[in-house]
Design a protein around this ligand. Structure first.
Ligand code: AMP
Ligand code: MG
Length: 318
């Protein structure tokens, strides 16, 4: 509920910026994947996207004992769906590409901090050191559709699943000939085509308030943000957030408050926003120059905002 409270203002901003009287492309909303989901498309496609999202929720839930994810994280070798294998392969690619800054086996550490259960605590350093030996993402072996788990390893697709599902929803829309739509899965946005022939306007959240830091004008782009305000607890005046630096086991600590990635792929944007938040601005810019398949907006703890050159015409600060 608190999460919903936090998301709602952004969600309303998004509605405000994209609202339209066109009945065909009305706004559809529901709650799944622990987040608010809004889709602006035809009624029929919205229903199909809702079923798609719920299917993934069934497969990926970390709390439902019947989910494929739950079985794997209980240590069992598990026969999983093609959907699970496909998401696994994407997560593996991003983990390799980012040299493990994105680490899809981070779950033992995320769990220890209580970010899944909301039983927040600062783990003992010794405990974290032990858990660091359990987050080797090469420890999962795939044989057909069977995933074999070694030595207490656990999967965490929390940093990529919403982006991946967003891309799947876009595929679904395109297959139905629907080429203008807006999808938002808790801050993972895909702006498909245009809104009445003009760019979609996507609000970038201000990490310091309930408002927004700027507006992005886009068409056919995913816009995904990772920030230290999305899930956190505070102890002795210090904020402990949910994006973990896999080299230390502690929440990533640098000058960043949020990283937004703009790219053709929501999967890539989701994975990279998490990874770049971990590695910090300087390394993130090296990665940006090397990869050349995304643009980014960085918001710093002193309130500074930096957008990469590819966004100079499309991003307007508030
Ligand atoms: P996001 O909001 O996309 O940045 O994803 C944050 C979520 O990803 C967390 O709640 C964890 O479930 C998971 N996560 C945390 N740290 C990492 C990491 N270094 N690599 C991959 N996933 C992570
Ligand atoms: Mg992410």
């Amino acid at each position: 509920m608190t999460k919903l409270k936090k998301i709602l203002p952004l969600f309303l901003v998004l509605i405000l910026l994209t609202s339209c009287t066109n009945v065909k492309n009305a706004e559809h909303s529901f709650f799944a994947l622990d987040t608010a989901i809004t889709i602006k498309c035809s009624e029929e496609s919205a229903k199909e996207i809702e079923s798609l999202v719920l299917k993934y929720e069934d497969i990926l839930s970390v709390t439902d004992e019947n989910s494929e994810m739950y079985q794997i994280n209980s240590g069992a070798s598990t026969r999983v769906s093609d959907e699970f294998i496909s998401l696994f392969n994407e997560a593996e690619k991003i983990s390799e590409k980012t040299d493990g800054a994105f680490n899809f086996a981070i779950y033992p550490i995320v769990y220890e901090w209580g970010f899944t259960t909301k039983n927040y605590k600062i783990p003992e350093k010794e405990k974290l050191d032990t858990l660091l030996s359990k987050i080797d993402f090469t420890k999962f072996k795939i044989n057909g559709n069977i995933i074999n788990v070694e030595n207490g390893a656990m999967l965490d697709f929390g940093g990529i699943a919403k982006g991946y599902i967003c891309d799947e929803a876009v595929k679904l829309l395109k297959s139905k000939g629907e080429n203008n739509a807006l999808i938002s899965l808790g801050g993972n946005v895909y702006a498909l085509g245009s809104k009445d022939g003009k760019d979609w306007q996507v609000a970038i959240k201000d990490p310091f308030s309930e408002g927004y830091a700027g507006i992005l004008n886009v068409q056919n782009k995913a816009v995904v943000t990772s920030g230290d305000y999305e899930r956190y607890f505070e102890k002795n005046g210090k904020r402990y957030h949910h994006i973990i630096d896999p080299s230390t086991g502690y929440p990533a600590e640098n000058s960043l408050k949020s990283v937004t990635i703009v790219s053709d792929s929501a999967t890539l944007a989701d994975g990279y926003s998490t990874a770049l938040f971990v590695i910090g601005f300087e390394k993130a810019m090296e990665f940006y120059r090397q990869e050349q398949n995304f643009e980014a907006i960085f918001i710093f703890d002193d309130g500074e905002i930096y957008a990469t050159e590819g966004l100079s015409d499309s991003f307007k600060k508030e």
